[in-house]
Design a protein around this ligand. Structure first.
Ligand code: ADP
Ligand code: ADP
Length: 234
């Protein structure tokens, strides 16, 4: 089964004093294969973040269905959803404590082998080896030398330790320079052989290497295809 499937999903934010809430998702259908990198691209306000939040079951869809691994998300226990879906936190400035603590925060039971493997997949083995206390080096406000891109990859490693079936990233490379962006992309390619990766982005140019791009606008899927296919169509 696909990792995620949206079937004619409709959604509007209610309350907040508005009688008639605008429909944010207006019949969205597409599926995310169990492996590979799927990018969801669209302008600000297109409904990308909302899609993620439905996959995390923050809200129920108004109509249509969201399936995880072929099962209706509404029928799954919340703990199961939380285990299957890994959201990569991108506010890396919020990292506190040691690198190890950051990695295992959500999975305190993770063993050394699992930690090593996640660090390796994130391409951080040699970076961490060079730090004064290795995995036990304190992050946070001490200015310990991790770049923005390395912090982002640390967040990816942390989510990997959850062993999710699908990893979600929102504008994962938006604030990075081109070298750091390339490193993050390389890590995501590697991770996408292990689980489904869904990356949201404003600009199609940042997701050229995605296996499949879904163009979302005005709450609808406008096109799907590889970067090459989408460029030929225009
Ligand atoms: P994107 O991630 O593509 O920028 P969002 O899913 O964040 O789009 O937002 C889609 C639309 O839903 C926007 O018009 C936004 O203002 C609105 N929206 C997002 N979150 C909320 C919320 N919590 N309450 C009301 N409206 C919201
Ligand atoms: P911003 O304006 O910086 O995009 P957001 O309101 O989108 O702020 O996010 C605020 C915080 O909530 C951030 O730390 C972000 O990582 C987190 N966050 C946003 N969306 C999600 C989500 N779908 N699941 C979990 N955390 C989220």
């Amino acid at each position: 089964a696909p990792a995620v499937e949206f079937r004619d999903v409709r959604f509007a934010y209610r309350g907040r004093g508005r009688a008639e809430a605008e429909r944010v998702l207006d019949g969205v259908s597409f599926s995310v294969p169990a492996r590979g990198l799927t990018a969801v691209v669209g302008p600000s306000g297109a409904g990308k973040t909302t899609l993620f939040q439905l996959v995390e079951r923050f809200y129920p869809a108004d109509a249509g269905r969201v399936l995880l691994g072929g099962r209706d998300i509404e029928a799954l226990p919340l703990d199961t959803v939380r285990g299957l879906v890994g959201y990569v936190q991108q506010d890396s400035a919020a990292l506190r404590g040691t690198i190890r603590e950051n990695l295992t925060y959500a999975r305190p039971d993770a063993g050394d082998d699992a930690v090593r493997e996640a660090v390796e997949m994130a391409g951080l083995t040699s970076v961490i080896a060079r730090l004064p206390h290795g995995l036990d080096t304190e992050l946070g406000d001490q200015g310990i030398g991790l770049s923005g891109g390395q912090r982002q990859r640390l967040c990816i490693a942390r989510t990997l330790l959850q062993r999710p079936a699908v990893m979600l990233l929102d504008e994962a490379t938006a604030h990075l320079d081109s070298d750091a962006e390339r490193d993050v992309r390389e890590v995501l390619r590697r991770v996408s052989r292990r689980c489904a990766v869904v990356a949201v982005a404003h600009r199609i140019s940042t997701v050229v290497d995605a296996d499949r791009i879904v163009v979302l606008d005005g709450g609808r899927v406008r096109a799907t295809g590889t970067h090459h296919e989408l460029m030929e169509r225009d």
